[in-house]
Design a protein around this ligand. Structure first.
Ligand code: SF4
Ligand code: MG
Length: 343
């Protein structure tokens, strides 16, 4: 009989699952007001809609505040090693493709310590859901600048301001060949649920960057994007096949200038038919979107890119089946094939 150190989860009826069943009895130990609470609640709310039995979920994290996530999910899971969650998630999904594998990371864990692993899980297109809580700071280690902190960020380790050019997670993911790239906010409850559902339905690595407020060490980092008085003019909500329009009065649009650079235009004066139309399958559009959010351009949220490509786990499974169907060799056969001579 197999021995497990992890308490077994009794089989559940996926049709009857509720949010409560995904919550554990653990005290949630994030700081008061942390954006992680909202993300946890939205994940737990959304999962029952997927009708996947609870015992088929695995949540895998690295190290950092966000990486406490598996403790609070009453599913299988692993709080693993710094930056290496993609490797473990890849192993779990490859070994058992029937599982729904979710990875939770932060901007430090995923882009600094685990930057290398991040790139490779995306290019391989392993069928996992990769949630990155981006608060642009190291929270768990008490407030050092992170790979996504802007230039000039004054933090414990940068008293005179950061001189590092920040990583753009969406652009990096696109460059690595990601098949699904999306962005949302911790507090935008309906939006985050919709994006999580889209990511869950995607076959392949679904990368979801979640802007997350860290009220203790980097409060209000995204305030202009979340405050009611400003967000209509600073955020562009993407809709596939629709022209890019934003603003309180829905009077601003995104167009390309004669050099192909995105600009903000007046919808009426410019003409709605000349605006940039969002196309989730167009890499050029996704790359343009990933560079917005500065120089007066709004920050796009929603699905920047969603395309189909065979997944790593499927292709590996095919190779295993092909090998199993082929001629059976013993270890002795392999040894008899000849030996290398090192001279
Ligand atoms: Fe959340 Fe920041 Fe506290 Fe970490 S340090 S739990 S990110 S508020
Ligand atoms: Mg962080």
């Amino acid at each position: 009989m197999a021995h497990s150190v992890y308490p077994e989860i009794a089989p559940t009826d996926p049709a009857g699952q509720t949010r409560k069943e995904f919550a554990t009895d653990q005290d949630v130990r994030w700081c008061p007001g942390c954006g992680d609470y909202s993300i946890l609640a939205q994940v737990q709310r959304m999962l029952p809609s997927l009708a996947i039995p609870r015992e088929n979920y695995v949540f895998i994290s690295g190290i950092g505040c966000s990486s406490r996530f598996p403790y609070y999910m009453d599913t299988y899971g692993m709080h693993s090693i710094h930056g290496r969650a993609p490797a473990i998630a890849t192993g779990v999904k490859s070994a058992n493709p029937n599982l729904s594998v979710w990875m939770v990371t932060g901007d430090g864990d995923g882009l600094s310590i685990g930057g290398n692993h991040f790139m490779h899980v995306l290019r391989r297109n392993v069928d996992i859901k990769l949630l990155m809580f981006n608060n642009r700071i190291y929270g768990l280690t008490k407030g050092q600048y992170s790979p996504t902190s802007p230039v000039g960020k004054r933090a414990k380790s940068t008293p005179m301001g950061s001189i590092d050019h920040p990583v753009d997670p969406a652009g990096l993911a696109l460059g690595a060949g990601a098949t699904f790239v999306a962005r949302t906010f911790d507090t935008h409850v309906k939006h985050i649920q919709a994006i999580l559902k889209r990511g869950a339905d995607h076959k392949g690595t679904a990368f979801v960057e979640i802007y997350q407020n860290c009220p203790i060490f980097n409060d209000n980092e995204f305030i202009s994007l979340t405050d009611k008085s400003t967000k209509a003019d600073t955020v562009l909500e993407l809709e596939h096949g629709k022209p890019m329009i934003f603003g309180k009065l829905k009077d601003k649009g995104i167009a390309l200038d004669d050099k192909g650079h995105p600009i903000v235009v007046d919808v009426e004066a410019h003409g709605e038919d000349k605006l940039l139309v969002h196309d989730e399958e167009d890499l050029t559009v996704a790359l343009i979107l990933s560079q917005m959010g500065q120089n007066g351009l709004p920050t796009p949220i929603g699905v920047l890119r969603a395309v189909k490509r065979p997944t790593y786990d499927e292709m590996m499974q095919e190779q295993v089946e092909t090998a199993q169907a082929g001629p059976k060799n013993s270890v002795q056969d392999l040894l008899d094939m000849g030996q290398w001579t090192v001279e």
